[in-house]
Each structure stands twice: as C-alpha cells, then as structure tokens.
Design a protein around this ligand. Sequence first.
Ligand code: GRF
Length: 201
Amino acid sequence: MTANLVVLVSGSGSNLQALMDACADPAYGARVVAVGADRHGTYGLERAQNAGIPTFVQRVKDHPTRDEWDAALTADIAAYEPDLIVSAGFLKICGPRLLEAYPGRYINTHNSLLPAFPGMNGPGEALNAGVKLAGATLFICDSGIDTGPIVAQCAVPVEDDDTVETLTERIKEAERAQLVEAVGRMMRDGWKVDGRRVRLG
Ligand code: GRF
C-alpha cells in the first residue's frame, strides 16, 4: 500500500523536491498527495505545481484569529487523508486542532542538532556558539518550538571558514537525505513513540 504524504512549505522546497523524487520509485512506499503553504508565490509551491501535485494556501492574515487559521489548514490537509504530514521549511507553529487531528503523525525537519538551537536561525547560532558539529533533526511536532520527540538526527562538520550560507547548505544536503530515509522507513515499517523516544520499525 502506498502511504499519503501532505507536505507543508514556506520557501524553496528543496526538501519537498527530495521527497517527490524519492516517491517516483514505487518501492519507496509513499506519494505526495498535496502541498500546503502559508504564503503564495514560493518556489516550493511551483515545484509541486510542476509535478502536477495539488496545492493549497492558508495565510494567517486571511483569518480573524489564529484558531480559525488552524481550523482551515487542518480541513485542507484532512481533505487529502494523509498518513503523515511533513513540515519541510514551513515557517509556522501549527495549532492544537492540527496536533489533535494527527497525533504523532505530524513531523518537522529542523536545521540544528536539537535540543540545541531551536527557532529560526539554527546554523547561525551554531556558528556563534563555536560548535564543531552541526546538523539536522527530524522530530514529531508538539505544541512547542522544535521540542517534540526526535525521529532522526544527522551531523555535519563545521569548517573553520564557514559562513552562515555555506553551513546552511551543508546541513540542508544531509537533512534532505535524512528526511527521505526516515519518512520512507516510517511509511514502510511504522514507528512507535514511547514518551520522548521514537522507534522506527
Ligand atoms: C530546512 O533547512 C529547514 O530545516 C529550515 O528551512 C529549510 C527549508 O529548506 N527550517 P527548503 O525550503 O526545503 O529548501
């Protein structure tokens, strides 16, 4: 059986592209059934449209309250009956409606080795802190900012001459491979969450 993925994006969508490319192989076990965004005009949405994948946009500012935005986004996602929702560069913290509708089935990829450097500037904070290893974390979303149970992590070296840009790109390359690998395993073999600990298979 092929699992349904809904992917949420705000930006360039290179993680989305990696997932779409992986899904081209039937043995991968999943397909991207829709791509959602919190803004119009991004390259992530264009990538989906180029691949013939349906898209939807819910902007916070088009709703009277954040709760109504949460409800509208949840309804759009639910229409595609996802087995897993993947936030890939989606720059919004989702609300309780989405979390309650898909407990343990909404994941996010972040460009730091959590719990270090949550938030918007993982690579920059890693450089400022002088760490020698940076990386990416795939985790199951909860109501906090980058606080949920960890599914997978990968490390990359911080080089002496790194800038935020070069480190960000090195992390993103490892992050995409990790996302493809972990989502595939989750969809083919299943996963269990036991408190803070996530086990694949
Ligand atoms: C990823 O590195 C993610 O961790 C960060 O934004 C990046 C998204 O990149 N929050 P892309 O849109 O998938 O290219």
